[in-house]
Design a protein around this ligand. Structure first.
Ligand code: SF4
Length: 462
């Protein structure tokens, strides 16, 4: 008999997804059975996002739906973990009276016992109710994210190389929620990567609040180059991808490591947020326009074939028409392969939330449309460079009759895909494919070799 059944809802970013995988792993280790349907579960766990007001509202809506199921008697407990639970203790306890317990961002040691206690409570009225607010401090050392129950396809995985952030971006609440920057020791990261590779992960996506700061707290210097090389050497790992690279600390040694390590894909996700100097200063991004342009030049010169992804914020307080025009011109000229944008959202507890010169919502909306239109034209044009190329493709899924994969230029979930014809692909295969057509953000291609770099006879499915 299982200890109980649990339905798990993971919201937010890949960093939260890793936390969800760890929490689920702990529950399964304690003999909880994971249940697809919320109304069939004893316990519903919601791992929340609290980054922006919109994500907080989404989280609260999902929690309230779970509480409704509990009121109807189909679930006996609701547990809230993650970023939302980490902040606003008094507000949450009052706003969500039907939630049985709140765990913060570091609840992996408590989740199993808590769910057990809630399950016992239903079976026996005399069982003690667990404490409602069990959120721990957010500055604890990182522990290894091992023993996960994976939520991504087996061939791809996220690895969190550090927790928290020491930067002071004035729009961002994350350092208050997740605490100061704490890197995981190299050996701990490698232990995770080995476990994931043994479980079939060929693609390792490195994430953190700020990946370029990796190592400065533990080793007194930036150790991302060493980490990239050591991860790339783990048997079974074929692609290592760098996400969330904070531009101000992007060193030449990092560029060299990306360029010279074969299994590190030539792809960088580097959020820039803006390009006008007054905006960069107001955001406290610790980089100027000239330095950004120089970094992009060094990156592109140093890493042939680089696919560059970025993110911008439009409508930051004080953003004038001239600031925005400068950003739009930059987007047209800098030719990012992929870029996304957010409309600035004033967050309580952040300096920028109190800045004068908040931009009207209609203006933000119009600027968002303009920037996305400008980038769409650039992105569609950039896609044409793939035409006729032989590229490695990692097969993700089958949609109807079509197999769907990604080249190294596409990160999971956020970028485009390539639709495949020919061959006999299987999910998790790494194939050599000739690109035949570009269509919007996506590509089409024909399989020319079953396993990239490996004779067809020795191919084994993942
Ligand atoms: S780098 Fe800036 S935006 Fe990113 S988590 Fe840190 S403070 Fe927030």
């Amino acid at each position: 008999m299982p200890t109980g059944t649990v339905h798990f809802i993971s919201l937010g970013c890949p960093k939260n997804l890793v936390d969800s995988e760890v929490l689920l792993g702990r529950l399964v280790l304690d003999d909880f059975a994971v249940c697809e349907d919320a109304d069939q579960a004893d316990i519903i766990v919601v791992n929340t996002c609290g980054f922006l007001e919109a994500s907080r509202q989404e989280s609260i809506g999902v929690i309230q739906e779970a509480c409704e199921l509990k009121k109807k008697g189909s679930a006996s407990g609701v547990v809230v973990a993650g970023c939302l639970a980490q902040r606003d203790k008094d507000k949450l306890l009052e706003l969500l009276p039907d939630v049985d317990a709140f765990l913060g961002i570091m609840g992996e040691e408590k989740i199993a016992q808590l769910c057990e206690d809630l399950t016992k409570k239903v079976k026996s009225r005399r069982a003690k109710s667990p404490e409602r607010y069990q959120v721990e401090r957010n500055d604890r050392e990182c522990s290894a994210d091992v023993g996960r129950l994976r939520l991504t396809p087996r061939h791809t995985a996220y690895v969190k190389i550090s927790e928290g952030c020491d930067n002071v971006c004035t729009f961002c609440i994350i350092p208050k929620i997740r605490g100061v920057h704490r890197s995981k020791p190299v050996e701990m990261v490698l232990q995770e990567v080995r476990e994931l590779a043994a479980d079939g992960a060929k693609e390792i996506n490195l994430i953190a609040q700020d990946t370029t700061s990796y190592g400065k707290d533990l080793y007194g210097g930036f150790e991302l180059p060493r980490l990239l090389r050591e991860i790339a050497a783990v048997p079974g790992v074929r692609w290592v991808r760098l996400m969330y690279a904070y531009p101000s600390y992007f060193t030449d040694a990092m560029i060299e490591a990306i360029a010279s390590t074969p299994n590190v894909v030539k792809y960088v996700d580097m959020p820039l947020q803006h390009i006008s100097d007054p905006m960069l200063k107001g955001m406290k991004r610790q980089i100027t326009k000239a330095e950004t342009l120089d970094l992009m030049r060094r990156l592109r010169a140093g890493v042939p074939g680089l696919v560059l992804r970025t993110t911008f914020i439009v409508g930051f307080p004080g953003e004038t028409d001239a600031d925005f025009d400068e950003l739009e011109a930059f987007v047209k000229e800098a030719k990012f392969d992929r870029a996304g944008a957010f409309k600035y959202s004033p967050e309580k507890g952040t300096p920028a939330g109190r800045y004068p010169g908040q931009v009207d919502e209609a203006v933000k909306e119009a600027r968002y449309d303009r920037i996305m239109r400008a980038q769409q034209a650039v992105a569609f044009d950039r896609q044409r460079k793939w035409l006729g190329q032989d590229v490695e493709v990692l097969v993700d899924s089958k949609a109807g009759k079509r197999w769907v994969g990604r080249t190294y230029g596409d990160a999971p979930e956020i970028d485009g895909v390539i639709y495949l014809t020919g061959g006999k692909p299987k999910v998790g295969d790494l194939l050599r494919v000739k690109v035949t057509r570009a269509e919007g953000y996506d590509l089409h291609g024909k399989v020319v070799e079953r396993e990239a770099g490996v004779p067809a006879a020795s191919v084994s499915g993942a």
